[in-house]
Design a protein around this ligand. Structure first.
Ligand code: GLN
Length: 251
């Protein structure tokens, strides 16, 4: 399992969010505290961020462990952004080890990360592939279960579905066809939306200033709120809402 996080709020450097916290995402790549599956997250990493006023995010991704990248610490120190999504990866068996499979995935103004796995990948593809057009399958961003989940979610976002509903319905349609862990995380720079389905997730709101949604707390300070399993979270610096994932709404 991977670890991921998203931040929205007053502009910060990625270093403040992922490197400086004592148990932050950087450290979680070799010493996660709450990870339920896997031990280290050394199969690549990625950052995606928005510049103010620009709806198209930038990404910096590598297939190496985050601690082995010679450029990351400088970049993370000098960049400033009001919206960031980052992940460290522990690759699921049978998936690509390449940079293309390191989150965040991106498209249509969204950044996406998946903490979890589809049972039986790649054979699980069969029943799920029926949900996608051939063009979507041929243009999957990577040979990875997460890329398939992203394509399913993206189809709903493109159709104009509200992001919380799109996430809930994507979890429902995947979970209906194969057993899966599906902690999903997206942002368009204005809202963070996430699901909890099989692994840990927390949020920390500093009302009016910032919000953080993360697989696990980056420090032992106050304000970290665990999100119950089987939930959908919508978060902005002004409010966090959590509602149960109701599988009876399966698409
Ligand atoms: N299945 C995804 C991948 O291989 C996510 C893995 C994870 O959560 N460890 O990248």
């Amino acid at each position: 399992m991977c670890r991921h996080l998203a931040y929205l709020g007053e502009p910060v450097s990625p270093a403040e969010v992922i490197v400086e916290p004592p148990y932050g995402l950087y450290r979680q790549s070799w010493a996660p505290r709450l990870q339920r599956h896997g031990t280290v997250n050394a199969d690549g990493f990625g950052l995606g961020w928005f510049a103010p006023g620009d709806p198209v995010p930038a990404r910096y991704r590598r297939a190496v462990p985050i601690w082995a990248d010679e450029n990351l610490l400088d970049l993370a120190r000098v960049l400033r952004t009001p919206a960031l999504l980052a992940a460290v990866r522990s690759a699921t068996a049978g998936t690509s080890a390449e940079q293309s499979a390191a989150a965040p995935y991106a498209g249509d103004g969204w950044l996406f990360s998946h903490n979890g796995a589809l049972a039986g990948w790649p054979s699980a593809l069969g029943t799920l592939a029926e949900l996608l057009a051939p063009a979507d399958l041929l243009t999957l961003e990577a040979r990875c279960d997460s890329a398939l989940v992203w394509a399913l979610l993206r189809r709903r976002l493109r159709a104009g579905q509200e992001v919380g509903g799109a996430l809930a319905d994507t979890v429902a349609e995947v979970a209906d066809r194969t057993s899966a862990r599906l902690n999903l995380l997206v942002t368009d720079g204005r809202v963070i939306a996430a699901t909890v389905w099989g692994d840990t997730l927390f949020h920390r709101l500093e009302l009016g200033r910032s919000v953080l949604v993360a697989s696990e707390p980056g420090d032992d300070g106050p304000g970290w709120t665990p999100v119950p399993d089987r939930s959908v979270v919508l978060a902005t610096p002004d409010a966090v809402t959590v509602r149960p994932l109701d599988l009876t709404t399966a698409a």
